[in-house]
Design a protein around this ligand. Structure first.
Ligand code: BES
Ligand code: ZN
Ligand code: ZN
Length: 499
């Protein structure tokens, strides 16, 4: 889709649809008064007849062909003036864009970024771009009747006065949306087509186009390195596991490791999942895909940091060669792990990846993302990711980035008292204890990971809920959402010296 910025008179601008926002107080600003005059008070008439109340996300379309430059004019309700914020701006933009697409309208211009809120014009332009481009996402790769797919061709941010900040905001929003939609596509791709090998190929493509350093360890490399916990998860599958490392180095001293769970399919392994729970498990690579999305745009944003993206990837399957409950393996950091449950595989592949990142890169801070536990969906639903860690400042920074992007995180405790949940009779630790299976599932996952990070400043984000939705939101689609990209890009953009 094409996007553009126009500095023009709203009345004269030629387009299929022109979009305005109206608050519940139904006050028309100068622009709308202007247009209403040309329309012979059509807007006031609609308001008087209560055909439009300005309720948040309410939509009204009127025919303006021959009267102003736009063939139709669309009003979107913004709700209460004093409750309006940047997230509502994204949501209104997404809602109206989807409406326009549904009407099979091809081109529109929006004025929504001109509405004043506490954020500046550049951030508002970015929000409108993101709400629109993320809202219009569709996964159509496997639909062969392409002519049936409704698609908007272009949208324009229109303002009266020329302003470079609008151009910059739109560009940034476009760049970020492109990365998020790339991640959604990758996560929505089925497991027969996206394997650990394919994840590595994707990473190589990104490395080439963005000039990043890349290392890919295959099964033999992993054996040599002693990553037996990652290998244990992949053992049941014909698809061999990989460890993928992408490096973006702006020359800055400060280094941050981003680690993402890349299970391309989670059948549960020998502890096989019931059908209902297995169905969507191609989504278990959501975190790894988000890390790829972040690495893709870091060079474009020229963020002054050294960022290491670490992706352990495997397919979790049952078979004659699969890891069995009770097996004991030695991790990269030499700790012994009893496999209490083969379905708690995410923490296993992350364990070796985290230990590898710590030993070989000694990052100043490390953040891992994972669709780790169903328990996190029980606790927080689809509205927030769980966050746990050992560094208050790091968690606070991530929370702030979460509020800004609305990719919100909610903290759970990580007290040592929980450690006993994962005590093993036979090894240093177990990944799951049957006798204590009902206790603090999300926290137990983080307690396990904590054994592999040494003293590194670290936060773990469990994205199991927001990564994959059961139904559409304003600018979040059903299924893969690409969550994590906007959160981490915001965090890294705002980064100030950590230590
Ligand atoms: N990939 C799942 C977690 C998950 C569940 C993500 C639902 C998204 C939606 C993970 O590997 C898993 O199976 N977790 C188990 C852990 C348990 C065996 C300790 C779970 O949540 O039941
Ligand atoms: Zn699992
Ligand atoms: Zn999993």
């Amino acid at each position: 889709m094409k996007t553009d910025v126009a500095f023009a008179d709203f009345k004269k601008f030629k387009t299929d649809s022109l979009v305005f926002g109206i608050f519940e107080d139904l006050k028309l600003d100068k622009n709308l008064e202007d247009i209403d005059k040309v329309l012979n008070n059509a807007i006031k008439e609609i308001i008087k007849n209560k055909e439009f109340k300005g309720e948040f996300k309410e939509i009204k379309i009127i025919n303006t062909l021959g009267k102003i430059g736009a063939k139709t004019t669309i009003f979107v309700g913004l709700g209460k003036r004093n409750e309006f914020d940047i997230e509502k701006l994204r949501k209104a933009s997404g809602t109206v864009a989807k409406f326009i697409m549904g009407e099979n309208i091809k081109k529109f211009a929006t004025t929504l970024h001109n509405i004043e809120i506490k954020e500046g014009i550049s951030e508002r332009a970015q929000a409108v771009a993101e709400g629109t481009l993320l809202g219009l996402y569709q996964f159509t790769k496997f639909k062969t009747e392409k002519e049936k797919i409704k698609q908007i061709e272009s949208f324009v941010l229109i303002s009266h006065k020329r302003d470079q900040r609008i151009i910059d905001g739109l560009k940034k929003g476009e760049m970020i949306s492109e990365a998020v939609n790339y991640v959604r596509d990758l996560v929505n791709m089925p497991a027969n087509l996206v394997t650990p090998e394919k994840m590595a190929e994707e990473a190589k493509k990104i490395a080439n186009e963005s000039r990043l350093k890349i290392k890919v360890f295959n099964k033999r490399d992993l054996e040599k390195l002693g990553m037996n916990v990652l290998l244990a998860v992949g053992k049941g599958s014909v698809q061999e596991p990989r460890l993928i490392i992408l490096e973006y180095n702006s020359g800055a001293k400060e280094s941050i490791a981003l680690v993402g769970k890349g299970i391309t399919f989670d059948s549960g392994g020998m502890d096989i999942k019931p059908d209902e729970y297995m169905r969507d498990m191609k989504n278990d690579k959501a975190a790894a895909s988000a890390i790829l999305g972040v690495m893709k745009i870091l060079p474009k944003l020229k963020i002054p940091l050294h960022v290491i993206g670490v992706i352990p990837s495997a397919e979790n399957m049952p078979s004659g060669s699969a890891t069995k409950p009770g097996d004991i393996v030695t991790a990269y950091n030499k700790k012994t792990v009893e496999i209490g449950d083969t379905d708690a595989e995410g923490r296993l592949i992350l364990a070796d990846a985290l230990a590898y990142a710590v030993k070989n890169y000694k990052p100043h801070a490390m953040i891992d993302l994972a669709t780790l536990t169903g328990a996190c969906i029980v606790a927080l639903g689809y509205e927030a990711s769980g966050i746990l860690g050992n560094d208050r400042r790091l968690i606070t920074k991530i929370k702030e980035a979460g509020e800004k992007t609305y990719e919100r995180v909610w903290e759970l405790p990580l007290w040592d008292d929980y450690k006993s949940i994962l005590e093993s009779n036979v090894a240093d630790i177990t990944n799951f204890s049957m006798s204590r299976r009902k206790e603090a599932g999300t926290i137990a996952g983080a307690i396990f990971l904590k054994e592999f990070i040494g003293k590194t400043s670290w936060a773990h984000i469990d994205i199991a809920g927001p990564a994959y939705l059961p139904s559409d939101r304003e600018y979040m689609p059903k299924d893969a959402t690409g969550i994590g990209v906007r959160l981490l890009v915001q965090l890294l953009s705002d980064w100030k010296r950590h230590k």
